[in-house]
Design a protein around this ligand. Structure first.
Ligand code: SF4
Length: 323
């Protein structure tokens, strides 16, 4: 199983940190959101608007929207991973739950058997809660839900059930960043750490490469809501993340100009202290080998240009990859 965040490979090499994430006192979880009624969770699935596509399908009745996700969670794998950024993986690893299906359709997705073809097995909330307990018992620093958007309600239900059983480690929401405000409201008080992608600034590119023309608008609103909820990523004394947002961006071959636009927007909106992870591990997968320009790896020079852009914008908390 490749480590995959949403539609891109996340099997990182050891990361180097350009500057340290400041140790900050984490804000408390939102106590009002700790007990979300089952009716509210069901209502969200009865007319699905968990992402900005707002398909409105009744998943409880067997209808499927763009992502093809159904009434119960579908999980491709559960395991402890060590390839995330150091504050997430730490020394004991991040307990990762890979959900099947995806609300985007990235032509270069390295997890396409899971995201686009739906490989995995159905899992009810109680079973998923048991998996969370097992990951905690294994010593994982956190539980890390990958491609969680179509399964946001299942995530909430499983975490709340697990918390009754003593689950207490941070919950990481590892998303493509195309999440609705409705979903994020459900997640308030349940998710501790958001790892959203910021993939594009160009509507044309988000349409052409990811089949998601509304990405830029949806992504802007989602990241802003996440930051309002939990602030920037903060770490405990042991250097392990406890709460907050870190934005990820995958640099695409031949598209460093897009990276520069994404970084400029993030710096302009959130300031240079926004924790950022610049990913350079692109390689052609899924349909990309047949797409001119996307049929090659990123060059070291392109990645260096992306890092230079982050430095120019004075980002102070940036994770970069050894090339
Ligand atoms: S999560 Fe899936 S069904 Fe729900 S709105 Fe998004 S694409 Fe449609």
């Amino acid at each position: 199983m490749e480590r995959g965040g949403d539609c891109v490979e996340r099997n990182r090499s050891e990361r180097a940190k350009v500057a340290s994430v400041a140790e900050r006192k984490p804000p408390a979880r939102n106590p009002a959101a700790k007990n979300i009624p089952a009716t509210r969770i069901d209502a969200a699935l009865a007319s699905c608007r968990l992402c900005p596509r707002e398909c409105g399908v009744d998943r409880l009745a067997g209808e499927r929207g763009f992502c093809r996700a159904g009434a119960v969670a579908r999980v491709a794998a559960v395991s402890v991973h060590h390839g995330e950024e150091p504050p997430i993986s730490g020394t004991r690893g991040s307990g990762t739950v890979f959900f099947s299906h995806c609300n985007m359709a990235c032509r270069f997705c390295q997890n396409y058997p899971i995201s686009q073809m739906g490989n995995g097995r159905d899992m009810d909330a109680e079973t998923l809660a048991g998996e969370l307990m097992r990951l905690q018992a294994k010593g994982a620093h956190n539980v890390n839900f990958v491609t969680p958007t179509p399964h946001a309600t299942h995530l909430v239900e499983a975490v709340l059930r697990a918390r009754v059983r003593g689950f207490s480690i941070p919950v990481v929401y590892n998303t493509n960043g195309y999440d609705s405000l409705e979903a994020l409201e459900l997640l308030d008080g349940v998710v501790d750490i958001y790892l959203p992608d910021a993939k594009y600034r160009s509507v044309e590119l988000s349409s052409e490469l990811s089949g998601t023309p509304g990405y830029v608008t949806g992504n802007d609103a989602a990241i802003a809501a996440m930051v309002r909820q939990v602030g920037f990523l903060s770490e405990g004394k042991d250097g392990i993340a406890v709460r907050g947002v870190m934005v990820r961006h995958l640099v695409l071959p031949g598209r460093v100009g897009e990276t520069e636009a994404v970084l400029a927007r993030l710096a302009g909106t959130f300031g240079p202290d926004l924790p950022l992870s610049l990913m350079g591990q692109y390689f052609p997968a899924w349909k990309a080998p047949r797409m001119p320009g996307l049929d090659r790896k990123l060059t070291g020079r392109e990645y260096a240009r992306a890092v230079a852009a982050a430095e120019r914008l004075s980002f102070s908390n940036v994770f970069i990859q050894e090339q």
